[in-house]
Every structure is written in C-alpha cells, then in structure tokens.
Ligand binder design. Sequence first.
Ligand code: 2AM
Length: 223
Amino acid sequence: TKPKEPELPLFFGWFLLPEEQERVKCATMDFLKTLDTLEAFKGHISEFTGEADKEVDLEQYFQNPVHLHCTTKFCNYGKAEGAKEYAELQVVKDSLTKSDELSVTALIVTPRVFGARVALTETQLKLWPEGEDKVGVTPALLPSVEALPVGSRAHVTLGCAAGVEAVQTGLDLLEILALQKEGKEGTQVEMELGTLTYLSEGRWFLALREPITADTTFSSFSD
Ligand code: 2AM
C-alpha cells in the first residue's frame, strides 16, 4: 500500500483570538444596531424585507458565524483547485500557528451578508493565493474584479442571512468595490464610526475612520 497522503483541511485562514472575537463582535453589532435606525437605511428597507413599511432588526437578521476568521484558501479537503499546491507552499508551512494582526478598514451590509473588509499587509499578501480573488465571480463582474488590487476579497464574515453561505461575503464585497471604482455611489451618511455609502440593491459600505485591529493565529480548519 502507498503511504497515505497528508489530509488537506477545509480551509486555511487567520483566526481571531477569543477575546478579540468578543471585542470585534461588540463593535460591529453596535454598528448594525445603529444602521437599522437610520432614515437613509429605512428608505431602502424593502431590499431587505421585500415590503416597504416592514421593520427589520439586523441583529436578528444575520446569524453569527461560529468562529471569526479571514479565509486565505478554501481547500474543501483537497477538492478545491490549487488546494494541495497552497498547503505545500513554504510560506504557508512557516506561518502555521504564528500570530498576526489583522486590520479591518470597512464593514459591508447587504441583504445576504454582514462582513468586515480586511486590508492585508505586504507580508500577509504572501499567504493570499494567486487568483483567489476571482474564484466563483460571475463572468460579467470579472473584468472589474481583475482591475482591483490583489487581496481585495480579504474579509471576515460577521453574519449571514438565513439560507446564505459565508462564501457570499467575498463576492458581495468585490461587487461593492467594483461599483465604487465605477463611481456608482449613492447616498452618503456621516456616522461616528466613519462614512456610510449606499450602493444600490441593499448594499451598504462603511469606511471606518479608525481601523479595527485584531490579533489572530494563522491556522487550518477542518470540521
Ligand atoms: P468566508 O471566508 O467568506 O467566511 C468554510 O466554508 C469557510 O471557507 C467559510 O469561512 C467560507 O466563507 C470560506 N470559503 C471561501 N471560499 C469558499 C467556497 N468556494 N465555498 C465555501 N466556502 C468558502
């Protein structure tokens, strides 16, 4: 019999330390609480509820993920393209169990997901798989995504609407960044945390005045 190949994980990523998770959850929940009380948001409420005058409690609307993290490579136990190559990279092996600080520079809210945009450093970009920004992107959006800086998809999923999978956060983030680049920004609202922008079809982007930083550990995850 052949020696068994080492098994590949579900995904690799930076995992927030427990106390950091609590801090980030609190700060971002405060934003959600404020958002659904804003007149600007209420004006577009039907994009969340399907009805104009219905109210929405965003804290209830989004379900919390178990463990806050920023995925670098979704491997799907080896079934995803490039999974083995990624796991074998020296930089990946050298980074496992190491601490690192992530910087969150923006928050997004859409009818599907609630997420945090992560600004990767040069060093962190070495762990960002080549071509990963484009995976699963609809062909129509590909040219705009290819024009964005590498690593633009990096994020932490903070919540998903019922029936929505976390992979949607990266896709919604890319769509928002592409719309911004085309100058398709709507209403802007100044908030304590930063500038909130509406980007049509229930998409909201909060550019944080001060980044939220969080200590993490780079690791692999298998269910
Ligand atoms: P996320 O990074 O947006 O949170 C397990 O499914 C983890 O891998 C989730 O955190 C998920 O989304 C991430 N992920 C990235 N690409 C994925 C894909 N193509 N399918 C499923 N999950 C993916």
